[in-house]
Design a protein around this ligand. Structure first.
Ligand SMILES: NC(=O)c1ccc[n+]([C@@H]2O[C@H](COP(=O)([O-])OP(=O)(O)OC[C@H]3O[C@@H](n4cnc5c(N)ncnc54)[C@H](OP(=O)(O)O)[C@@H]3O)[C@@H](O)[C@H]2O)c1
Length: 392
Protein backbone atom coordinates (compact mmCIF):
# COMPACT_ATOMS: atom_id res chain seq x y z
CA UNK A 1 0.00 0.00 0.00
CA UNK A 2 1.43 3.40 -0.93
CA UNK A 3 1.47 5.94 1.86
CA UNK A 4 1.10 9.72 1.79
CA UNK A 5 4.09 11.47 3.33
CA UNK A 6 3.16 14.42 5.44
CA UNK A 7 5.36 16.98 7.27
CA UNK A 8 4.11 19.20 10.09
CA UNK A 9 5.89 22.55 10.39
CA UNK A 10 5.60 23.99 13.93
CA UNK A 11 5.05 20.51 15.37
CA UNK A 12 6.00 21.50 18.92
CA UNK A 13 3.10 23.91 19.56
CA UNK A 14 -0.35 23.21 20.99
CA UNK A 15 -1.92 21.68 17.90
CA UNK A 16 1.13 19.99 16.30
CA UNK A 17 1.60 17.20 18.89
CA UNK A 18 -2.08 16.22 18.63
CA UNK A 19 -1.74 15.96 14.84
CA UNK A 20 1.39 13.85 15.20
CA UNK A 21 -0.39 11.55 17.65
CA UNK A 22 -3.44 11.09 15.48
CA UNK A 23 -1.83 10.85 12.04
CA UNK A 24 0.97 8.51 13.13
CA UNK A 25 -1.70 5.93 14.04
CA UNK A 26 -2.95 5.78 10.44
CA UNK A 27 -1.20 3.23 8.22
CA UNK A 28 -2.07 5.23 5.09
CA UNK A 29 -0.07 8.23 6.29
CA UNK A 30 3.62 8.60 7.05
CA UNK A 31 3.99 11.65 9.23
CA UNK A 32 6.92 13.56 10.70
CA UNK A 33 7.23 16.85 12.54
CA UNK A 34 9.63 19.76 12.12
CA UNK A 35 10.88 21.80 15.06
CA UNK A 36 13.26 24.72 14.98
CA UNK A 37 15.46 23.33 17.73
CA UNK A 38 16.12 20.36 19.97
CA UNK A 39 14.28 21.95 22.92
CA UNK A 40 10.88 21.59 21.29
CA UNK A 41 11.95 18.42 19.42
CA UNK A 42 13.04 16.58 22.60
CA UNK A 43 9.66 15.90 24.25
CA UNK A 44 8.17 14.81 20.90
CA UNK A 45 11.02 12.39 20.27
CA UNK A 46 10.50 10.98 23.76
CA UNK A 47 6.92 10.27 22.71
CA UNK A 48 8.35 8.26 19.81
CA UNK A 49 7.54 10.67 16.95
CA UNK A 50 9.72 11.15 13.90
CA UNK A 51 11.08 14.71 14.26
CA UNK A 52 13.40 16.71 12.02
CA UNK A 53 15.13 19.88 13.21
CA UNK A 54 15.84 23.01 11.20
CA UNK A 55 14.59 26.31 9.84
CA UNK A 56 11.99 25.94 7.09
CA UNK A 57 12.22 29.70 6.48
CA UNK A 58 15.58 29.05 4.78
CA UNK A 59 14.69 27.85 1.24
CA UNK A 60 17.68 25.46 0.99
CA UNK A 61 16.90 23.92 4.39
CA UNK A 62 13.19 23.73 3.47
CA UNK A 63 14.06 21.55 0.49
CA UNK A 64 16.12 19.21 2.66
CA UNK A 65 13.52 19.06 5.42
CA UNK A 66 10.40 18.72 3.27
CA UNK A 67 11.76 17.32 0.00
CA UNK A 68 9.98 13.96 0.41
CA UNK A 69 6.59 15.41 1.43
CA UNK A 70 3.33 15.06 -0.47
CA UNK A 71 1.50 17.21 2.05
CA UNK A 72 2.93 20.05 4.17
CA UNK A 73 0.92 21.25 7.18
CA UNK A 74 1.87 24.72 8.32
CA UNK A 75 1.16 24.97 12.06
CA UNK A 76 3.86 27.57 12.72
CA UNK A 77 3.01 30.67 14.72
CA UNK A 78 5.90 32.91 15.72
CA UNK A 79 5.86 34.74 19.01
CA UNK A 80 7.32 38.21 19.42
CA UNK A 81 6.85 41.68 18.02
CA UNK A 82 4.49 42.32 15.06
CA UNK A 83 7.18 43.01 12.46
CA UNK A 84 9.24 40.03 13.59
CA UNK A 85 6.19 37.73 13.33
CA UNK A 86 5.28 39.02 9.92
CA UNK A 87 8.80 38.70 8.49
CA UNK A 88 9.33 35.21 9.97
CA UNK A 89 5.99 33.77 8.85
CA UNK A 90 6.06 35.35 5.40
CA UNK A 91 9.61 33.93 4.93
CA UNK A 92 8.30 30.52 5.91
CA UNK A 93 5.44 30.72 3.41
CA UNK A 94 7.83 32.00 0.75
CA UNK A 95 10.07 28.97 1.32
CA UNK A 96 7.11 26.53 1.31
CA UNK A 97 5.83 27.94 -1.96
CA UNK A 98 9.35 27.71 -3.41
CA UNK A 99 9.59 23.94 -2.83
CA UNK A 100 10.12 22.08 -6.10
CA UNK A 101 7.40 19.86 -7.61
CA UNK A 102 3.70 19.76 -6.77
CA UNK A 103 2.76 19.67 -3.10
CA UNK A 104 -0.40 20.04 -1.15
CA UNK A 105 -0.16 22.71 1.52
CA UNK A 106 -2.50 22.91 4.50
CA UNK A 107 -2.16 26.32 6.12
CA UNK A 108 -3.66 27.23 9.48
CA UNK A 109 -5.27 30.62 9.54
CA UNK A 110 -7.72 31.69 12.24
CA UNK A 111 -11.35 32.60 12.93
CA UNK A 112 -9.80 35.85 14.22
CA UNK A 113 -9.75 37.12 10.61
CA UNK A 114 -13.50 37.82 11.04
CA UNK A 115 -12.79 40.04 14.06
CA UNK A 116 -12.98 39.35 17.77
CA UNK A 117 -16.76 39.79 17.99
CA UNK A 118 -18.10 38.51 14.69
CA UNK A 119 -20.93 40.34 13.00
CA UNK A 120 -21.52 38.24 9.89
CA UNK A 121 -23.41 41.14 8.29
CA UNK A 122 -20.31 43.32 8.08
CA UNK A 123 -17.72 40.56 7.98
CA UNK A 124 -18.46 38.41 4.92
CA UNK A 125 -16.43 35.28 4.28
CA UNK A 126 -14.79 36.72 1.16
CA UNK A 127 -13.91 40.12 2.64
CA UNK A 128 -13.45 39.72 6.40
CA UNK A 129 -12.53 42.77 8.45
CA UNK A 130 -10.36 41.82 11.43
CA UNK A 131 -10.31 44.39 14.22
CA UNK A 132 -7.21 43.22 16.10
CA UNK A 133 -3.51 42.81 15.13
CA UNK A 134 -3.61 38.99 15.35
CA UNK A 135 -6.55 38.72 12.94
CA UNK A 136 -4.98 41.24 10.56
CA UNK A 137 -1.72 39.29 10.64
CA UNK A 138 -3.45 35.99 9.87
CA UNK A 139 -5.43 37.57 7.00
CA UNK A 140 -2.24 39.10 5.60
CA UNK A 141 -0.59 35.66 5.66
CA UNK A 142 -3.56 34.09 3.85
CA UNK A 143 -3.33 36.69 1.09
CA UNK A 144 0.44 36.37 0.90
CA UNK A 145 0.14 32.58 0.57
CA UNK A 146 -2.36 32.81 -2.31
CA UNK A 147 -0.13 35.35 -4.11
CA UNK A 148 3.03 33.21 -3.73
CA UNK A 149 1.19 30.04 -4.79
CA UNK A 150 0.39 31.54 -8.20
CA UNK A 151 4.04 31.13 -9.21
CA UNK A 152 4.24 27.52 -7.95
CA UNK A 153 2.80 24.16 -8.89
CA UNK A 154 1.36 23.59 -5.41
CA UNK A 155 -2.24 23.53 -4.21
CA UNK A 156 -3.42 24.80 -0.85
CA UNK A 157 -6.23 24.56 1.61
CA UNK A 158 -6.39 27.42 4.11
CA UNK A 159 -8.22 26.59 7.33
CA UNK A 160 -9.71 29.40 9.39
CA UNK A 161 -9.37 27.46 12.59
CA UNK A 162 -11.70 28.10 15.52
CA UNK A 163 -10.72 28.40 19.19
CA UNK A 164 -9.09 25.08 20.11
CA UNK A 165 -9.95 23.18 23.30
CA UNK A 166 -8.92 19.82 24.73
CA UNK A 167 -5.98 18.62 26.83
CA UNK A 168 -3.12 21.13 26.68
CA UNK A 169 -5.11 23.72 24.71
CA UNK A 170 -5.54 27.38 25.71
CA UNK A 171 -9.35 27.37 25.54
CA UNK A 172 -9.68 24.53 28.05
CA UNK A 173 -7.30 26.42 30.31
CA UNK A 174 -9.50 29.52 29.91
CA UNK A 175 -12.70 27.61 30.74
CA UNK A 176 -11.21 25.88 33.78
CA UNK A 177 -9.73 29.16 35.03
CA UNK A 178 -13.19 30.75 34.62
CA UNK A 179 -14.64 28.19 37.08
CA UNK A 180 -12.30 29.65 39.73
CA UNK A 181 -13.33 33.25 38.95
CA UNK A 182 -16.36 34.01 41.17
CA UNK A 183 -17.52 36.95 39.01
CA UNK A 184 -17.48 35.06 35.72
CA UNK A 185 -20.89 34.73 33.99
CA UNK A 186 -21.47 33.02 30.64
CA UNK A 187 -23.35 35.46 28.35
CA UNK A 188 -26.77 34.29 27.11
CA UNK A 189 -26.22 31.13 29.19
CA UNK A 190 -23.85 30.00 26.41
CA UNK A 191 -26.51 29.79 23.68
CA UNK A 192 -24.28 31.60 21.16
CA UNK A 193 -22.23 29.57 18.66
CA UNK A 194 -18.70 29.03 19.97
CA UNK A 195 -16.72 28.84 16.71
CA UNK A 196 -14.60 26.42 18.76
CA UNK A 197 -13.14 23.02 17.93
CA UNK A 198 -11.81 20.16 19.99
CA UNK A 199 -8.20 19.38 19.11
CA UNK A 200 -9.21 15.78 18.32
CA UNK A 201 -11.58 17.16 15.69
CA UNK A 202 -8.73 19.23 14.21
CA UNK A 203 -6.84 15.97 13.73
CA UNK A 204 -9.92 14.22 12.30
CA UNK A 205 -10.41 17.03 9.78
CA UNK A 206 -6.74 17.07 8.77
CA UNK A 207 -6.74 13.29 8.29
CA UNK A 208 -9.79 13.51 6.06
CA UNK A 209 -8.14 16.37 4.10
CA UNK A 210 -4.97 14.36 3.52
CA UNK A 211 -6.85 11.26 2.39
CA UNK A 212 -9.57 13.01 0.42
CA UNK A 213 -8.19 16.32 -0.90
CA UNK A 214 -11.03 18.80 -1.55
CA UNK A 215 -11.22 21.71 -3.96
CA UNK A 216 -8.33 24.05 -3.01
CA UNK A 217 -9.52 27.16 -1.21
CA UNK A 218 -10.36 28.60 2.18
CA UNK A 219 -12.59 26.85 4.71
CA UNK A 220 -13.70 27.40 8.29
CA UNK A 221 -12.81 24.65 10.72
CA UNK A 222 -14.97 24.28 13.82
CA UNK A 223 -16.52 21.41 15.76
CA UNK A 224 -18.69 19.13 13.64
CA UNK A 225 -21.52 19.35 14.57
CA UNK A 226 -21.05 22.98 15.66
CA UNK A 227 -20.94 23.56 19.42
CA UNK A 228 -22.41 26.37 21.51
CA UNK A 229 -20.40 27.99 24.31
CA UNK A 230 -22.51 26.14 26.89
CA UNK A 231 -21.56 22.81 25.29
CA UNK A 232 -17.85 23.76 25.28
CA UNK A 233 -17.90 24.99 28.87
CA UNK A 234 -19.93 22.02 30.18
CA UNK A 235 -17.77 19.53 28.29
CA UNK A 236 -14.66 20.90 30.00
CA UNK A 237 -16.13 21.31 33.49
CA UNK A 238 -17.73 17.83 33.36
CA UNK A 239 -14.39 16.37 32.30
CA UNK A 240 -12.68 17.57 35.49
CA UNK A 241 -15.71 17.32 37.80
CA UNK A 242 -15.95 21.11 38.29
CA UNK A 243 -19.25 22.95 38.73
CA UNK A 244 -21.09 24.45 35.79
CA UNK A 245 -20.22 28.13 35.24
CA UNK A 246 -23.22 30.37 36.03
CA UNK A 247 -25.20 32.15 33.32
CA UNK A 248 -25.34 35.88 32.67
CA UNK A 249 -28.96 37.08 32.43
CA UNK A 250 -30.31 37.91 28.98
CA UNK A 251 -30.75 41.67 29.64
CA UNK A 252 -27.17 42.04 30.89
CA UNK A 253 -25.90 39.82 28.04
CA UNK A 254 -27.68 42.04 25.46
CA UNK A 255 -26.12 45.15 26.98
CA UNK A 256 -22.59 43.70 27.00
CA UNK A 257 -23.01 42.22 23.50
CA UNK A 258 -24.17 45.59 22.11
CA UNK A 259 -21.08 47.23 23.60
CA UNK A 260 -18.63 44.65 22.18
CA UNK A 261 -20.29 44.54 18.76
CA UNK A 262 -20.17 48.33 18.67
CA UNK A 263 -16.48 48.29 19.54
CA UNK A 264 -15.69 45.68 16.88
CA UNK A 265 -17.71 47.55 14.24
CA UNK A 266 -15.75 50.79 14.57
CA UNK A 267 -12.75 51.28 12.35
CA UNK A 268 -9.32 51.76 13.89
CA UNK A 269 -9.36 55.41 12.74
CA UNK A 270 -12.71 56.00 14.53
CA UNK A 271 -11.32 54.37 17.69
CA UNK A 272 -8.23 56.59 17.56
CA UNK A 273 -10.32 59.75 17.00
CA UNK A 274 -12.78 58.99 19.80
CA UNK A 275 -10.03 58.03 22.25
CA UNK A 276 -8.14 61.27 21.52
CA UNK A 277 -11.39 63.25 21.97
CA UNK A 278 -12.08 61.48 25.29
CA UNK A 279 -8.53 62.14 26.41
CA UNK A 280 -8.68 65.88 25.58
CA UNK A 281 -11.83 66.13 27.71
CA UNK A 282 -9.83 64.86 30.71
CA UNK A 283 -7.10 67.49 30.25
CA UNK A 284 -5.35 68.97 32.10
CA UNK A 285 -6.14 66.46 34.89
CA UNK A 286 -4.86 63.39 33.02
CA UNK A 287 -1.69 65.24 32.03
CA UNK A 288 -1.05 66.27 35.63
CA UNK A 289 -1.78 62.73 36.88
CA UNK A 290 0.71 61.29 34.38
CA UNK A 291 3.48 63.75 35.36
CA UNK A 292 4.08 63.80 39.13
CA UNK A 293 6.60 66.66 38.81
CA UNK A 294 3.95 68.84 37.11
CA UNK A 295 1.56 68.02 39.96
CA UNK A 296 4.21 69.07 42.49
CA UNK A 297 4.80 72.28 40.50
CA UNK A 298 1.04 72.98 40.62
CA UNK A 299 0.90 72.47 44.40
CA UNK A 300 3.94 74.72 44.89
CA UNK A 301 2.38 77.39 42.61
CA UNK A 302 -0.97 77.29 44.43
CA UNK A 303 0.82 77.56 47.75
CA UNK A 304 2.78 80.56 46.44
CA UNK A 305 -0.33 82.31 44.99
CA UNK A 306 -2.34 81.70 48.18
CA UNK A 307 -5.63 82.01 46.21
CA UNK A 308 -8.04 79.67 48.01
CA UNK A 309 -10.91 80.24 45.51
CA UNK A 310 -8.59 79.13 42.65
CA UNK A 311 -7.51 76.07 44.61
CA UNK A 312 -11.15 75.07 45.30
CA UNK A 313 -12.08 75.59 41.64
CA UNK A 314 -9.20 73.42 40.34
CA UNK A 315 -9.84 70.65 42.87
CA UNK A 316 -13.55 70.53 41.96
CA UNK A 317 -12.80 70.28 38.22
CA UNK A 318 -10.20 67.58 38.87
CA UNK A 319 -12.66 65.43 40.87
CA UNK A 320 -15.39 65.76 38.24
CA UNK A 321 -12.97 64.68 35.49
CA UNK A 322 -11.67 61.72 37.52
CA UNK A 323 -15.25 60.56 38.22
CA UNK A 324 -16.16 60.83 34.51
CA UNK A 325 -13.04 58.87 33.51
CA UNK A 326 -13.75 55.98 35.88
CA UNK A 327 -17.54 55.89 35.22
CA UNK A 328 -17.09 54.72 31.61
CA UNK A 329 -14.90 51.74 32.45
CA UNK A 330 -16.56 50.55 35.66
CA UNK A 331 -19.98 49.95 34.10
CA UNK A 332 -18.99 47.16 31.69
CA UNK A 333 -18.00 43.73 33.08
CA UNK A 334 -14.62 42.55 31.78
CA UNK A 335 -15.37 39.84 29.24
CA UNK A 336 -13.64 38.50 26.14
CA UNK A 337 -15.58 39.68 23.13
CA UNK A 338 -15.38 36.33 21.31
CA UNK A 339 -17.84 34.99 23.92
CA UNK A 340 -20.41 37.36 22.37
CA UNK A 341 -19.66 36.59 18.77
CA UNK A 342 -22.01 35.40 16.05
CA UNK A 343 -21.26 32.25 14.08
CA UNK A 344 -18.54 32.77 11.45
CA UNK A 345 -19.78 33.21 7.88
CA UNK A 346 -18.82 30.91 5.01
CA UNK A 347 -18.15 27.27 4.30
CA UNK A 348 -17.07 24.80 6.94
CA UNK A 349 -14.69 22.01 5.96
CA UNK A 350 -16.75 18.79 5.98
CA UNK A 351 -15.43 16.02 8.23
CA UNK A 352 -16.71 13.63 10.88
CA UNK A 353 -16.11 14.71 14.50
CA UNK A 354 -14.38 12.17 16.75
CA UNK A 355 -14.45 13.42 20.34
CA UNK A 356 -15.16 10.63 22.83
CA UNK A 357 -14.97 9.78 26.51
CA UNK A 358 -11.18 9.25 26.37
CA UNK A 359 -10.73 12.91 25.44
CA UNK A 360 -12.53 13.96 28.60
CA UNK A 361 -10.21 11.68 30.60
CA UNK A 362 -7.22 13.30 28.84
CA UNK A 363 -8.41 16.77 29.92
CA UNK A 364 -8.87 15.52 33.49
CA UNK A 365 -5.31 14.10 33.54
CA UNK A 366 -3.82 17.23 32.02
CA UNK A 367 -5.79 19.47 34.41
CA UNK A 368 -4.53 17.54 37.43
CA UNK A 369 -0.98 17.95 36.20
CA UNK A 370 -1.16 21.66 35.40
CA UNK A 371 -3.22 22.54 38.50
CA UNK A 372 -0.51 21.25 40.84
CA UNK A 373 2.14 23.84 41.69
CA UNK A 374 4.94 21.24 41.49
CA UNK A 375 3.60 19.67 38.29
CA UNK A 376 7.01 19.75 36.56
CA UNK A 377 8.76 18.06 39.47
CA UNK A 378 6.20 15.24 39.35
CA UNK A 379 7.02 14.58 35.73
CA UNK A 380 8.54 11.13 35.64
CA UNK A 381 11.77 12.32 34.03
CA UNK A 382 14.13 9.45 34.99
CA UNK A 383 11.83 6.84 33.46
CA UNK A 384 11.91 8.83 30.21
CA UNK A 385 15.70 8.89 30.23
CA UNK A 386 15.97 12.61 30.94
CA UNK A 387 18.75 13.45 33.37
CA UNK A 388 18.31 15.77 36.37
CA UNK A 389 21.04 18.02 34.87
CA UNK A 390 19.05 18.41 31.63
CA UNK A 391 15.93 19.29 33.66
CA UNK A 392 17.78 21.90 35.70
N1 LIG B 1 -4.60 27.14 19.17
C1 LIG B 1 -5.65 27.82 18.75
O1 LIG B 1 -6.66 27.98 19.45
C2 LIG B 1 -5.65 28.39 17.35
C3 LIG B 1 -6.82 29.02 16.89
C4 LIG B 1 -6.84 29.54 15.61
C5 LIG B 1 -5.72 29.43 14.80
N2 LIG B 1 -4.61 28.83 15.27
C6 LIG B 1 -3.46 28.72 14.37
O2 LIG B 1 -3.12 27.36 14.25
C7 LIG B 1 -1.70 27.20 14.13
C8 LIG B 1 -1.19 26.28 15.21
O3 LIG B 1 -1.56 26.84 16.46
P1 LIG B 1 -0.84 26.45 17.83
O4 LIG B 1 -1.79 26.87 18.89
O5 LIG B 1 -0.36 25.06 17.78
O6 LIG B 1 0.39 27.44 17.81
P2 LIG B 1 1.58 27.50 18.90
O7 LIG B 1 1.27 26.68 20.08
O8 LIG B 1 1.89 28.94 19.09
O9 LIG B 1 2.79 26.76 18.17
C9 LIG B 1 3.40 27.32 17.09
C10 LIG B 1 4.59 26.52 16.69
O10 LIG B 1 5.23 27.25 15.64
C11 LIG B 1 6.61 27.11 15.78
N3 LIG B 1 7.25 28.26 15.12
C12 LIG B 1 7.23 29.54 15.51
N4 LIG B 1 7.91 30.29 14.62
C13 LIG B 1 8.36 29.47 13.66
C14 LIG B 1 9.12 29.66 12.50
N5 LIG B 1 9.56 30.88 12.14
N6 LIG B 1 9.41 28.58 11.75
C15 LIG B 1 8.97 27.35 12.10
N7 LIG B 1 8.25 27.11 13.20
C16 LIG B 1 7.94 28.17 13.97
C17 LIG B 1 6.86 27.07 17.27
O11 LIG B 1 8.01 26.32 17.37
P3 LIG B 1 9.06 26.36 18.56
O12 LIG B 1 8.49 25.39 19.55
O13 LIG B 1 10.29 25.94 17.90
O14 LIG B 1 9.11 27.78 19.08
C18 LIG B 1 5.63 26.34 17.79
O15 LIG B 1 5.86 24.99 17.93
C19 LIG B 1 -1.14 28.62 14.18
O16 LIG B 1 -1.00 29.11 12.88
C20 LIG B 1 -2.22 29.40 14.90
O17 LIG B 1 -2.20 30.77 14.56
C21 LIG B 1 -4.55 28.31 16.53
Amino acid sequence: MSTITCGIVGAGGQVGPALLGSLSGDPRIQVFGICRNEVSAGPLRLEGYDIRCGSVADPAAASDLLGDCDVVINCAATSGTPAKKSVAERSLIHALCGLPGRRRVIHFSSVAVYGTCIDAGRNPFERPRPDQPYGRHKLDLERYLWRRLRASGHEAVVLRLGHVYGAGQWLSRFVLDATREPRFRLPFDGRLPSNAIHVKNVSAAIRSLILDWPRPGTYNLFDAPASTWRQVFDWNTNAVGASRVPAMGDAESERVAAYHRGQAARSLATHVASEIAAWTRTLPGSFIAACPAVKTLGIVTLATLRQEWLERHILKRYKVMAARASAGTAAMPALDSWLLSEGAPGAQLPYRGEVDIEDAAAVAGWHTRYAEPDALLNWDAPSLGVSRIALN
